[in-house]
Every structure is written in C-alpha cells, then in structure tokens.
Design a protein around this ligand. Structure first.
Ligand SMILES: Cc1cc2nc3c(=O)[nH]c(=O)nc-3n(C[C@H](O)[C@H](O)[C@H](O)COP(=O)(O)O)c2cc1C
Length: 221
C-alpha cells in the first residue's frame, strides 16, 4: 500500500536569532512553577482547549496519540474528586502508605493530604493514557510507547499553559483509579496526571527549591 508524503519546511534562521529565541524560551520556561494555591477567578474554557490542542501536537509512538484530556469545571464533580483524592492522600501521608524516605523527599514542598486546590482551581484537566485503542468493532488496537507519548503531551500542556499566563500543578493523588470511576472513563483508559488549572492566588507562595545546573544534567561522550 502506498502512503502519501507532504513537503516539510522549517524557517531557516541565523544562528544569532536562534540563540535569542532559545534564550527567550528558556527564560519563559525557567519562570514556571508548580502552583498549589489557586485563585477562584474564572478562566475562559477556550484557553483550556487551546492548551489541550497544543498538547495534542506531541509526537507519539506510531502516531497513535494515546491520550484523552477530560475537562472538569462542574463544582460538584470537583468536590467529589477532592474528597476522593484526599481520602487516598491521607492514607499516603498519615496512614503509613508512603515510606519514610518518600515523606522526607516531599518535606521541602510542604505538601500534606489536604488538596483544597482541587475545588478552588476553576478547571481540572485529567489526562488519561489509552493503554490500547478500540476498533469500530470493539477489538483492541495496540498502542506503542504509551507512557512516553502521554508524558511528552503533558509537558507540552504545562508549557502551553505557562506561555499563556496560566498556572497548574502536576498532581498524582495515587492510586488514581477513583478518577476513572468518577469521570466514567472506559476500561482501556488509565488516569495519568491530574492538572488543576487557573491563576495563582494573589498571595501564592511556592517552595524555595532549585533546579540542577546544566553541568549536572548533561553528560559528554
Ligand atoms: C510526575 C509528577 C508527579 C507529581 N505529583 C505531584 C503531586 O501529587 N502533588 C504535588 O504537590 N506535586 C506533584 N508534582 C510536582 C512536583 O513536586 C514539582 O514539579 C517539583 O517539586 C518541582 O517544582 P516546580 O514544578 O515548581 O519546578 C509532581 C510532578 C511530576 C512531574
């Protein structure tokens, strides 16, 4: 079978302009922080859709695009999700489910089982990974490198939100099975990450933590 190809061109830029653009994007991304204290101010749904559309440009194994972004704005649903997430997180933080070294690693973040942001943020976007696709006749279709693909899409989602001036948190209130149930997702989907999205609260504080310098994350061969 013959598969069509189309021409692809990227703008060719002078090295100086490339560096300028690279630095400006680096500065933008370096200014991003995970936010756990949101304003209740409304955010247009259109902005959420634009971030999802950007995320959905991610590369994916065999172009399967094995992701579903579920958008939750309904107050009652958000409250239900908060309640279920806090039930799991209480068990993690106070019920002995997280080992001491994990709790130590989390200490600088100042987090605990309470997740009020799941109700204050105007939107929750729950990303599901599609473990397999479903053919029209109901039979499963193999997906490839699902976690890698969905992880990249989530990265683009976070970047798109930050670029437009919105904040989010990469949240994994595990085990996250409750999200499939509350959101009525099909059996081929598994919850991957829960993103509360909104503006930071006016008095929002974030942990004073640092990113590793370049030399620590680069290896030369
Ligand atoms: C896969 C993943 C899961 C995370 N899960 C949580 C979470 O459940 N709760 C939370 O408060 N932060 C969570 N975080 C956020 C990290 O704590 C945060 O990204 C890290 O401390 C660095 O801070 P920054 O995002 O402000 O640079 C998660 C981040 C990632 C990438």
């Amino acid at each position: 079978m013959d598969h069509p190809f189309v021409a692809y061109r990227q703008p060719r830029r002078a090295p100086d302009e490339m560096e300028e653009r690279a630095l400006s994007f680096l500065r933008l991304m370096a200014s991003r922080r995970s936010v756990r204290d949101f304003s209740t101010e409304a955010v247009p749904r259109r902005l959420i859709d634009l971030a999802i559309e950007t995320a959905s440009t991610a590369p994916s194994g065999a172009n399967r695009q094995p992701w579903t972004f579920v958008v939750v704005g309904d107050r009652a649903k958000k409250a239900e999700i908060r309640h279920a997430a806090e039930t799991e997180e209480r068990e993690n933080y106070e019920g002995g489910r997280l080992p001491p070294e994990w709790l130590d690693a989390l200490a600088p973040l100042g987090t605990d089982w309470r997740k009020p942001f799941l109700e204050t943020a105007p939107w929750l976007v729950v990303v599901f990974e599609q473990r397999h696709g479903v053919a029209p006749d109901g039979s499963p279709i193999h997906n490839y490198y699902v976690k890698e693909s969905v992880g990249i899409a989530c990265g683009l989602f976070v970047a798109a939100l930050h670029n437009m001036g919105l904040a989010t948190l990469t949240h994994t209130p595990s085990p996250m099975r409750f999200l499939s149930k509350i959101l009525g997702r099909p059996a081929n989907e598994r919850p991957f990450v829960l993103f509360p999205v909104g503006y930071p609260a006016v008095d929002c504080m974030v942990p004073d933590i640092a990113r590793k310098p370049l030399a620590e994350v680069v290896a030369e061969v």
